[in-house]
Design a binder for this molecule. Structure first.
Ligand code: HDE
Length: 703
């Protein structure tokens, strides 16, 4: 006799109000009760048992006849789609773009015709080198891809948080990416540029030197997606109704200002919270603190392009903001998280060639190559030509075309006519007036594989970038280069890199060579065009110079102990929240502590789970006995020592002094340590936090 059901008689098969019951063999079953929906197969068949495969006897072989089991496993086996070849790890959010004023003078794009026009948007931020499951704080470029669902079709600005790129011609892209990804024999390192192959390629590719300065700077370790800029990188065109073209470069400026972490902090964040950037965006949007960027455009004509000192088609160059001011044209607000990560963030398909009428391309050879790649890659990743039927990729404007069929076709033509011209008077027709008209630029020349002479200067803007940084930022670049090259095992690669640095800044080259323990400096690298030293520094290139002067959107970690002063905590909390920042309490146990006045202070983290690297500033509200107890805990000492080493502002009650001392921090070391016993000090702590970091301390600390 074969008995196949394990459900107790009389239990309705619903998935609501589930409770656990032990089966005959001691295994746990979830039984559903109530009037909720009945579990079904993908074909809609009602399921009676989702916990036991169909077997011959309780201990017998499983039957192929079990179609429910086979369907469930089949679907599971096929849940993954290929991750992106680059930018695999990303996180997205929905929002809108709001146009400030009409830009009809420059472009006929509908999105820019009316002040106050709101256009739905989806944005995906990403790292480039790591796999989908890699950590957020890799030293890397961040993707900043914006999809604008305009009334004239989707416009994708597929940009980065760095305005230049490694290479000048798209044909080199597979090489730079192969070089940075894990080495093919050993399959490591993951999400790191600190290895031989990457620096080998770079050291043999002088055109990447400007980009190298950016990725070795703190731009490559942003504190949050919310605190970074975005750039379209290439020169594009606006084209107006009279078919006149204006060149344009796109810049996204974060409303909360720029902010990055330091490398030692980044390494520790990756361990403490590999999802640091995801969590930050999720929390900000879910709590109603909607991140915002202003879109600014650098507009210029052919005469400007002809007279500018570098080629505007060369993606390894910028036009400094001081030379050509970016004009604000609208704002981007992210106000809704996806309901399903896979459906939206994983399946979103950005394509540089998605432009509305009124936006057009320049001849930048990198952009031209990208215009091929982004369509091609979707076919592999999303599995067929109908990826525009997926809701996240579907335009939100009327669609009329004769494309049909293919895998997973969701939108199918109805009626007899699926071609044009046709004599039935059915279906859409093209419109020379409203349709996309390519700007009729005059082109002529021989077919050649040549790099323009105007692309030859690889060092001058690298030098300009370095010269535009504040001393702590310059120090960070030197330390980053030292760290990365210290991981390179082949000495000649290190030497080649220092030879390039000599063309950028001798002091930088000296420091790096010295920190690497190189016995002597190599000769400067041969330069295709002599590096210039007459470019003015551009303050817009420094993160520190463009700080927010506000602590809004940031987070303070408050360490409390048994017997802590609940009144000070309350006052501190309200001052920080008034500033638009958040507070998270860390305690020896996550359950919280009893305050001196007998009240209970709840906690968000235990000390190990809430290290100070997760916060922008910290406060220690400790009783003396509590602090004494914490001196014996490595995590508590690290909490303080790291906050100090990372130049954070630290507020403390006098009870906390033993812990500070045990962590090697002199409570009077500098103005970044603020005693809280005087209640007025709370205000000065919050005001200090607006500076984000006390960089002068860094010169005294070996990170
Ligand atoms: Fe990409 N890039 N890229 N890229 N890129 C991709 O497209 C490519 C480049 C950028 O969040 C791929 O859908 C080539 C520059 C972002 O989904 C692929 C070249 C810039 C994203 C591709 C470049 C970018 C991508 C992989 C050299 C900054 C992520 C998956 C010519 C302006 C978009 C995909 C997202 C993704 C190709 C260089 C930005 C393979 C051939 C320069 C933000 O098509």
């Amino acid at each position: 006799m074969v008995k196949i059901s394990s459900r107790s008689p009389g239990k309705p098969a619903t998935i609501h109000d589930q409770k656990l019951e032990r089966g005959k063999g001691g295994e746990l079953h979830q039984f559903a009760e109530g009037d909720g929906p009945v579990l079904t197969t993908a074909q809609g068949g009602l399921v009676s048992d989702d916990h036991n495969t169909l077997k011959i006897g309780e201990r017998g072989p499983t039957l192929i006849e079990d179609f429910h089991f086979r369907e469930k496993i089949f679907h599971f086996d096929h849940e993954r789609i290929p991750e992106r070849v680059v930018h695999a790890r990303g996180y997205g959010a929905h929002g809108y773009f709001e146009t400030y004023e009409s830009l009809a003078k420059y472009t006929r794009a509908d999105i820019f015709q009316r002040a106050g026009e709101k256009t739905p948007a989806f944005v995906r931020f990403s790292t480039v080198a790591g796999s989908k499951g890699s950590f957020d704080l890799a030293r890397d470029v961040r993707g900043f891809a914006v999809k604008l669902y305009t009334k004239e079709g989707n416009w994708d600005i597929v940009g980065n948080n760095i305005p230049v790129f490694f290479i000048q011609d798209a044909i080199r892209f597979p090489d730079i990416i192969h070089a940075v990804k894990p080495e093919p024999d050993r399959a490591f390192p993951q999400a790191q540029s600190a290895h031989d192959n990457f620096w080998d390629f770079i050291s043999l590719t002088p055109e990447s030197m400007h980009m190298v300065m950016w990725i070795m700077s703190d731009r490559a370790i942003p504190r949050s997606f919310r605190f970074m800029e975005g750039f379209g990188v290439h020169t594009f065109r606006f084209v107006n109704a009279k078919d006149e073209s204006t060149f344009v470069k796109f810049h996204w400026k974060p409303k909360l200002g720029l902010q990055s972490v330091v490398w030692n902090e980044a390494v520790k964040i990756n361990g403490a919270d590999p999802d640091f950037h995801r969590r930050d965006l999720w929390n900000a949007v879910q709590s109603g603190n909607f991140p915002e960027w202003e879109l600014r455009v650098q507009l210029f004509d052919q005469t400007f392009a002809d007279n500018f000192e570098f080629d505007v088609l060369d993606a390894t160059k910028i036009i400094p903001e001081e030379v050509l001011e970016p004009i604000p044209v609208g704002r981007l607000v992210l106000d809704r998280m996806p309901e399903n990560f896979f459906a939206e963030t994983e399946q979103v398909a950005f394509m540089t060639q998605n432009v509305p009428p009124g936006v057009d391309f320049s001849n930048d050879p990198l952009l031209q190559g990208r215009n091929f790649s982004y369509l091609d890659t979707q076919l592999k990743r999303l599995g067929g030509p109908n990826f525009t039927h997926i809701p996240i990729n579907a335009p939100k404007c009327p669609l009329h075309h004769f494309q049909q069929d293919g895998h997973m076709a969701m939108r199918n033509p109805v009626g007899r006519v699926n071609y044009q011209p046709n004599s039935f008077g059915e279906g859409p027709r093209e419109s020379p007036q409203r349709g996309f008209r390519t700007f009729a630029d005059a082109e002529e020349g021989q077919k050649v594989r040549l790099r323009a002479e105007s692309f030859a200067d690889h060092y001058s803007q690298a030098r300009q970038f370095f010269n535009s940084q504040t001393p702590p930022e310059q120090r960070h670049i030197a330390m980053a280069l030292t760290f990365e090259l210290s991981k390179v095992e082949t000495p000649v690669i290190r030497e080649r890199m220092v030879a390039h640095l000599l063309n950028i800044d001798e002091g930088l080259a000296d420091t790096v060579a010295d920190e690497l323990g190189m016995k002597q400096l190599p000769k400067p690298a041969d330069a295709a065009a002599a590096p210039r030293d007459d470019l003015d520094p551009s303050p817009a290139l420094s993160i520190i110079e463009n700080g927010p002067n506000s602590f809004a959107g940031r987070k303070v970690g408050v360490l409390v102990s048994q017997g802590a002063d609940a009144v000070i905590l309350k006052k501190l909390q309200s001052a920080i929240e008034k500033e638009g920042a958040a507070v998270e309490v860390i305690a020896p146990k996550v359950g919280g502590v009893e305050a001196a006045d007998g009240s209970w202070i709840g906690a968000k983290h235990m000390i190990d789970g809430g290290p100070s690297v997760l916060f922008d500033a910290v406060a220690l509200i400790l009783s003396e006995a509590g602090a004494e107890r914490l001196t014996g805990e490595a995590a508590a000492r690290d909490f303080v020592a790291d906050a100090f080493a990372h130049c954070k502002f630290i507020a403390f009650t006098s009870g906390a002094v033993p812990l500070l001392q045990k962590a090697g921090v002199d409570p009077e070391a500098d103005e970044g340590l603020i005693g809280l016993d005087d209640p007025k000090a709370i205000i000065s702590f919050v005001e200090s936090c607006r500076k984000l970091r006390l960089w002068s301390r860094e010169m005294a600390v070996k990170l």
